[in-house]
Design a protein around this ligand. Structure first.
Ligand code: KIV
Ligand code: ZN
Length: 516
């Protein structure tokens, strides 16, 4: 594909996506998502904001070390200390990018930065020059560009290109823009900036008015050749443009767009599931591309049409975005090789034989309880294995719950805590409440429960329940996951998993804390 026809996909799930309240991820979780993004063949992965905390720095460095195909990017305000920290974190990367930003809208310059436009311009140029000491791939963002004066944007962008920026990002930081107007802004900038041909124009749209994807596509139609987006549209407030929607719009409507991405779109659904599992943000059933109903046909007329010719009601093929046709994959008699190769087909690989063996043992346990094992079950099983390996101080040994009509439910739990078996009992308003109280009795985390959610992974009453528990202690928020055919056990596993995270050494309170 010629460079002009290529739409660069800059994924910011690990940075802006993590700014969704409650979506914080551990370093290991970030690595797993980054590897899935690499399989999806995104061009750039924004792995975090290294100055924000020691934890953010380590996560960016670890992603830079683990991913070889995609370019790894670190965010930095237009300040020397931010840029130096980003440069340091990105050292292990095969290909790196520093993304530096400063606000250019009157309201941000006057009220937040308390700087004049000339001072902002000077700082932007200095930041780009400093970033070039570390890498020759520097992106500059004019924060709140969507509410900035186009004349001023032209001045700033021209100057930062001269200083060495090769990507210019135009964010609609507050999701205020409307597609036609935003598209025109991009077209105007490209036309008016004298050295525009020396840079790629990028957009980064927030979804406050539900227009993030539409604005991004309008920008592409007017010459933008990089879109910043996130899996499932995760991101600050109402989120960012959803990667899967942008990618499938340009691929499906090649008659309208004169560019395409390099994505392996069959990895979209596995990526979406992984991000949803890890963050605890469920995907709504009617969500485009990745929602459970995105390819379901309910009406008789539609079903009849589909049977006669798929194209009557489908504009994309489900399998092209990673929904598998052959949904019943494995069972009790399946061997280790079949298990391993089916997981590889859905994009899951193991770092070590030990990880594979642990996952296979779980698979055998599950196959004893559940006749048909679907791809979704496999994915949950793997999430469960890796989640529990990280900083595991507590492990669920056994759980007994008693729940009957007219009686208060009771739970008796045995945990292994720091290698020692400990028991706890409690009553609760329901079996899950009793189980959580019994676990808390042993672990004594003192954390507050922010979220408890259960999703059935497949259909049927023998389906596994996938549970997310979000806990908060002293401002620190963590997510725990658990899956089992018994939803009380899945809940207990998720609670223990969250406790392990909250008991692990504090690396940061809030992802990308603003008070850096
Ligand atoms: O929304 C925004 O403006 C950002 C910038 C840092 C690019 O996230
Ligand atoms: Zn943003």
């Amino acid at each position: 594909m010629a460079q002009a026809d290529k739409l660069i996909i800059f994924d910011t799930t690990l940075r802006d996506g993590e700014q969704s309240p409650g979506a914080s991820m551990t370093k290991d979780e970030k690595i797993r998502i980054a590897k899935a993004l690499e399989k999806l063949r995104v061009d750039v992965i924004e792995a975090g904001f290294p100055i924000a905390s020691h934890g953010d720095f380590e996560a960016v460095e670890a992603v830079a070390r683990s991913v070889t195909e995609a370019r790894i990017c670190g965010l930095a305000r237009a300040l020397n200390r931010d840029i130096d920290r980003a440069g340091e974190a990105l050292k292990p990367a095969n290909a790196s990018r520093i993304h530096t930003f400063i606000a250019t809208s009157p309201i941000h310059m006057e009220r937040k930065l308390r700087m004049s436009p000339d001072q902002v311009l000077e700082q932007a140029v200095a930041a780009v020059r400093r970033a070039r000491r570390y890498t020759d791939d520097v992106e500059f963002s004019a924060e709140d560009a969507g509410r900035s004066d186009p004349d001023f944007l032209c001045r700033v962008f021209e100057a930062v290109i001269d200083a060495g920026a090769s990507t210019l990002n135009i964010p609609d930081t507050v999701g205020y823009n409307i597609p036609q107007q935003f598209g025109e802004l991009i077209g105007t900038l490209i036309e008016r900036i004298p050295n525009a041909d020396k840079a790629v124009f990028s957009v980064h749209c927030h979804n406050d008015l539900g227009l993030a994807v539409a604005n991004s596509l309008a920008a592409v139609m007017n010459g933008a050749r990089q879109v910043e987006c996130t899996i499932n549209g995760l991101g600050e407030r109402a989120g960012n443009a959803a990667l899967e929607e942008v990618a499938m719009a340009v691929r499906t409507r090649r008659d309208v767009f004169s560019c395409d991405t390099m994505l392996d779109t069959t990895q979209i659904v596995p990526c979406s599931r992984l991000v949803s599992n890890i963050t605890g943000f469920p995907v709504q059933p009617n969500k485009a591309i990745v929602g459970a109903n995105a390819f379901a046909h309910e009406s008789g007329i539609h079903q009849d049409g589909i049977l006669k010719s798929r194209e009557t009601y489908e504009i994309m093929r489900a399998e092209d975005v990673g929904w598998s046709h052959n949904r019943m994959v494995l069972g009790k008699h399946s061997g280790r090789n079949a298990f391993k190769s089916r997981l590889a087909e859905i994009g899951v690989e193991f770092d070590s034989e030990d990880d594979l063996n642990a996952a296979f043992a779980r698979f055998k346990d599950l196959a004893d309880k559940k006749h048909e094992i679907f791809d979704e079950d496999l994915q949950a099983l793997v999430t469960d294995t890796s989640a529990s390996a990280e900083n595991e101080r507590a492990r669920l040994v056994s759980l007994h719950v008693c729940s009957e009509t007219g009686e208060t439910p009771r739970a008796d739990v045995t945990l292994s805590l720091d290698g020692e078996e400990r028991a706890g009992s409690a009553k609760g308003s329901g079996p899950v409440d009793a189980a959580f109280k019994a676990i808390e009795h042993v672990v004594n985390s003192g954390a507050e429960l922010l979220l408890y959610s259960v999703n059935n992974i497949t259909t049927g009453t023998d389906s596994q329940g996938e549970v997310t528990v979000r806990l908060e202690r002293g401002g620190r928020i963590v997510n725990g996951q658990g899956a089992d055919t018994d939803i009380v056990i899945a809940s207990a596993k998720a609670y223990v998993n969250a406790c392990n995270k909250i008991l692990s050494p504090v690396d940061r309170d809030h992802p990308q804390g603003a008070d850096v």
